[in-house]
Design a binder for this molecule. Structure first.
Ligand SMILES: Nc1ncnc2c1ncn2[C@@H]1O[C@H](COP(=O)(O)OP(=O)(O)OP(=O)(O)O)[C@@H](O)[C@H]1O
Length: 693
């Protein structure tokens, strides 16, 4: 109902009984709405200048129908569907209303023009149409293997340092022991396709997993970047990138997932709400010597979600064994899943060992990522998919990250002892973490071998892991020499040397010269994690660079949300102030009808009245035909100007068009602050009075 006036001389004056010709304002609106409206606002706050480009909402309502479906401020808020509706907005919806909700009083907006808000008053009003559209359900396709980085052809041995630990030893792969661990294909319980679950009985309510978020509500809409001038922005420029937001939402959805009617114990120590993470119910005791099961669970101590790994049938014979987990609590490394606790329990009806670790929602194992087998048919050759070529840069990324994890672990005089594709998690793009550390320290506590042996075995297992990833399998058919041949054909010599060095770390050969003998030569061919890190230094540098770039892009995404937080706080403040009945002096003993009058009295007197009209100016614009104007650019612009308190004038018209104010944003800001201070004072006084009482 009002527009900014530029620099009007009649600042802050109340012009009584001068109804503003509606036609003039509306004519301006019509003119604007036939062109693309952009805004660029420079404003200052706390001594800092901000540039806030607003809006490119091409409100081409007169042009074509498709323009009506563009994003606008009336876009419905995200609401997860109930489990039974599953994306179907018809019929089933009403059945899901709770009796409490059904009995709730009907909400009536307090605005005098409330009636205009319900049905679209004008054919140009797109909001209702937008909501009622049947939108086909979006089915997330899970983890995209194509996200992998391209191979780096530049990485070859020529670029390495003169000091080269890998070249100081011959590759003695024949010393390598091969174990026959059968890999089992894992299924993701959060995958949309629950048909692949070959053991429905294992999950009594598998269908209840499916509560898809309506990601399509966030699909990027035009206008697209290339249509805009350099200073112009789209609405999406003010929010997190869609991909990042969706990823975070999926993860938080997975974290909050529950499993109703589960036969799992309702309480395991102080953990509740157990949800199994491995849906393949085949027992596999190959790695730990016990069948292991992984659950997500919530701690009633701190409310956080953790992962519980259960070793079925484990009997604790030595108290010291479980205490060995304490040492793992000191490991704080970005490439190790943090270990929190270990205990034994009979909650599952047997004697089980439980290891509590961090929960990383929607993570996959390296086996799931790189060993191509159709889910649901573990080990079935008929379902094997063609092997993927893993780019060398990805492999170096894995090597560097595991080397970093081993450095942290070996420095604490511990050993990972299990570097296996099914026990390494990919928690985000190319980011891996060693999982299941500490378990063998408990289950094989009585093993008398020195820790250095296990540390050397870690290096061997790392070399073997890379070969397994290259050959696309970790099962009995895995052939070291064939994998090395393949490595030589498709990858750089440097990678081959690196793997050869790792594999030759096992078994340790006892030195004929006592280590403390001063006459002993300086031995550079020491297989330690430090030597290894020296050898891969150039790749560590490029990994660091990648990480810094990723951090830059995340920081820039975060900065966009910073502005939104500021505007949200301002909106919250406005809504705290506007139409508060209890601020009316005559409130306590009044009838509801009298209260409405009192509210009005409070809202329509003093500085609050200007704030109320300003709220109308920001949100309740109408065009020449009385249809709501839903222009997010206008809202952003007006709120930013209010926040900085700029001198620009704005005309505010009362709803009955009997009063008209010309005020600057600075004056409205002052009014907001004064009303806010009053509210805080009233709150403090009431608290003090309550304290005295
Ligand atoms: N800390 C964790 N956070 C989130 N998910 C996890 C965590 N640990 C394991 N998972 C998930 O649980 C599932 C099962 O893990 P597990 O280590 O049992 O692998 P597995 O392939 O089933 O191995 P095994 O055959 O030895 O049981 C995997 O899909 C993995 O992504």
């Amino acid at each position: 109902m009002a527009t900014p006036l530029g620099n009007s001389p009649s600042e802050g004056r109340r012009i009584m009984s001068s109804p503003r010709p509606k036609g003039r304002e509306n004519a301006k609106n019509i003119l604007c709405r036939n062109i693309t409206i952009y805004g660029h606002c420079r404003y200052e706050k706390d001594g800092c200048a901000y540039n806030h480009d607003v809006g490119s909402f091409k409100s081409q309502q007169t042009q074509n129908e498709s323009a009506k479906k563009r994003f606008n401020v009336d876009s419905p808020a995200f609401k997860p569907l109930g489990p039974m509706t599953n994306g179907n907005s018809s019929g089933a919806k009403s059945a899901s209303i709770s009796p409490q909700a059904a009995g709730a009083a009907i909400f009536t907006p307090k605005s005098t023009s409330a009636g205009t808000a319900t049905p679209p008053a004008h054919p140009r009003d797109t909001s209702a149409e937008w909501i009622n559209n049947e939108i086909p359900e979006f089915v997330p396709s899970g983890f995209d293997p194509n996200h992998l980085m391209p191979s780096d052809p530049a990485s070859n041995s020529n670029s390495m340092n003169a000091y080269d630990p890998f070249l100081m030893t011959s590759t003695t792969v024949n010393q390598f022991n091969q174990s026959n661990n059968q890999h089992q294909t894992q299924l993701n319980p959060y995958a949309q396709d629950t048909n692949s679950l070959d053991s429905a009985a294992y999950f009594q309510a598998a269908n209840n997993y499916s509560q898809p978020l309506q990601y399509h509500l966030y699909a990027p809409l035009g206008p697209h970047r290339e249509n805009l001038l350099a200073y112009q922005r789209t609405a999406h420029d003010f929010f997190l990138p869609d991909s990042l937001r969706e990823d975070l939402q999926r993860k938080s959805e997975a974290t909050l997932q529950t499993l109703p009617n589960s036969t799992l114990p309702s309480q395991v120590d102080h953990f509740h709400s157990l949800v199994p993470l491995d849906i393949n119910n085949q027992k596999n005791a190959a790695l730990f010597g016990y069948s292991s099961w992984v659950y997500k669970a919530v701690s009633s101590n701190d409310g956080f979600t953790y992962t519980l790994r259960r070793l079925e049938g484990f009997r604790l014979t030595n108290e010291q064994a479980i205490r060995s987990v304490q040492a793992w609590k000191r490991i704080n490394n970005g490439n190790v899943v943090s270990v929190h606790d270990a205990f034994t329990t009979r909650a599952f009806g047997d004697s089980s060992l439980i290891l509590v670790t961090d929960y990383h929602p929607l993570s996959k194992t390296l086996a799931e990522q790189h060993f191509n087998q159709s889910p649901g048919f573990p080990g079935s050759h008929s379902n094997r998919l063609p092997k993927q070529h893993v780019p060398e840069q990805i492999l170096w990324g894995y090597i560097c990250q595991i080397a970093s994890a081993l450095k942290a672990i070996h420095s604490e005089r511990l050993a990972a002892r299990l570097i296996h594709p099914s026990k390494i998690l990919i928690t985000s793009k190319n980011r891996i973490r060693l999982n299941a550390c500490a378990i063998l320290d408990v289950t094989q506590y009585d093993s008398q071998r020195p820790i250095t042996d296990f540390q050397l075995e870690d290096l061997v297992q790392l070399g073997r892991l890379i070969l397994q990833i290259i050959s696309g399998t970790s099962n009995a058919t895995f052939n070291i020499s064939k994998a090395l041949e393949q490595l030589a054909r498709s990858y750089s010599d440097r990678l081959k040397e690196c793997i050869g060095w790792l594999l030759s770390s096992y078994p340790p050969t006892p030195s004929p010269i006592p280590p403390n003998d001063p006459s002993s030569p300086i031995v550079l061919d020491i297989h330690t994690i430090d030597t290894f890190l020296t050898g891969i230094a150039p790749h560590l540098a490029s990994l660091l660079d990648n990480v810094l770039h990723a951090e830059d892009s995340l920081t820039s995404s975060l900065t966009r949300e910073l502005e939104n937080g500021r505007l949200f706080r301002l909106l919250a403040k406005l809504n705290f102030i506007l139409e508060r009945p209890e601020q009316s002096p005559s409130h306590p003993n009044q009838l509801p009808s009298q209260q409405t009058a009192a509210q009005q009295q409070w809202s329509e007197t003093g500085e609050r009245y200007v704030i109320k009209l300003f709220r109308d100016y920001v949100f309740h614009h109408v065009d020449a035909n009385g249809a709501p104007v839903l222009d997010l650019a206008h809202v952003l612009q007006a709120l930013n100007k209010l926040d900085t308190g700029c001198e620009e004038k704005v005309t505010l018209v009362s709803r009955d068009e009997q009063s008209l104010f010309i005020v600057s944003f600075r004056e409205v800001k002052r009014a907001v602050e004064a009303a806010w201070t009053d509210l805080m004072k009233a709150g403090r006084q009431a608290a003090a009075a309550g304290g005295r009482g």
